[in-house]
Design a protein around this ligand. Structure first.
Ligand SMILES: [Fe+2]
Ligand SMILES: [Fe+2]
Length: 302
């Protein structure tokens, strides 16, 4: 059995003071929002407690699906790199960026360089620059990291995969299928809008992404972004593909689907395919970390 931990949306709290030139950029909106909405709920030791709980489950690998920072300042990327180092070595942890990590144009250079060891494929000869999509093979599992992180206008949190990345994604999905691997796609934005009011934060080319996945197949899609525990699905060429969203890992310890939490994906190979069990763990209203949901699927071998 391969146990994969899944954390997202840490929004690491150390937002430094803004410099004057930041006040004229989108960062002002982000900083004001962070102060108003997040500072009170996303501080304290909730993230540390969740990570300790996750590590106690002894996952073989951990996936982090973006939004490590808030407003993509240099100090936040450095802080997030230290957090990644503490979470685990690059062969045990895979990360992708979220829209907050690409908050302003040009920010992507920072994570591509600073977080590269956790964001490159098996074939990468030099580990100094993240390129998407990338694929990592871990026993019977293929982890495919996609970036939907793009800078968007103030008050927007949209994402985009892009045509070129989609073509490469299809190639990786086909390769992994030929190898009989259990394909896990990591993407920050949910591939399909669940709530129509969230147009301003959707994946703008979600239809193209879904069509690619429907055509080439995948066994599991993991995302963050909506800060809520979510289980949806896409109908692929060879069956249903579970789509699992986790709440913010530094969310309030208050209970309910938005409380801070993470997921564990247990992938077991059997004779004809795979058995997948998704376990959500997160904060109960009492502040304890408990199992909050569990669902099992049978998956045919790709
Ligand atoms: Fe987020
Ligand atoms: Fe996000």
């Amino acid at each position: 059995m391969f146990r994969l931990g899944h954390l997202s949306d840490l929004h690491l709290g150390a937002v430094p003071g803004l410099r004057l030139r930041d006040l004229i950029s989108k960062r002002l909106v982000g900083y004001t929002n962070w102060r108003r909405n997040r500072a009170h709920s996303m501080i304290g030791d909730t993230l540390e407690r969740l990570v300790a709980d996750l590590k106690a489950q002894q996952p073989e690998h951990i996936a982090v699906t973006g939004d490590l920072t808030n407003i993509a300042m240099k100090e936040e990327f450095e802080n997030a790199r230290r957090w990644l180092e503490a979470l685990g070595p690059p062969d045990r942890v895979t990360a992708i960026p979220g829209n907050h990590d690409a908050y302003v144009p040009g920010a992507h250079h920072r994570y591509r360089a600073l977080w590269a060891p956790w964001m490159v494929g098996d074939e990468a000869e030099v580990v100094d620059k993240a390129l998407f999509p990338f694929m990592r093979r871990k026993r019977h599992v293929a982890l495919i990291g996609v970036s939907s992180a793009v800078a968007s206008a103030p008050f927007m949190a949209t994402g985009r995969v892009g045509g070129e990345q989609t073509v490469r994604l299809m190639k990786l999905l086909s390769e992994a299928r030929e190898e009989g691997l259990f394909r896990v796609i990591l993407i920050h934005h949910p591939p399909k809008l669940v709530n129509a009011r969230n147009q301003w934060r959707k994946l703008t080319d979600g239809k193209r992404f879904r069509r690619a996945v429907e055509r080439c197949g995948a066994e599991l899609i993991l995302h963050g972004h909506d800060h809520i525990r979510m289980m949806t699905a896409i109908r692929g060429a060879s069956g249903i593909i579970p789509v699992v969203g986790v709440p913010a890992a530094s969310g309030a310890p208050a209970g309910g689907p938005r409380a801070g939490g993470y997921a564990l994906h247990e992938i077991t190979a059997n004779g004809s395919g795979y058995e997948l069990t998704v376990v959500h763990r997160g904060f109960a209203p009492t502040g304890e970390i408990v199992e909050t949901a569990r669902v099992s699927y049978s998956v045919d071998r790709p």
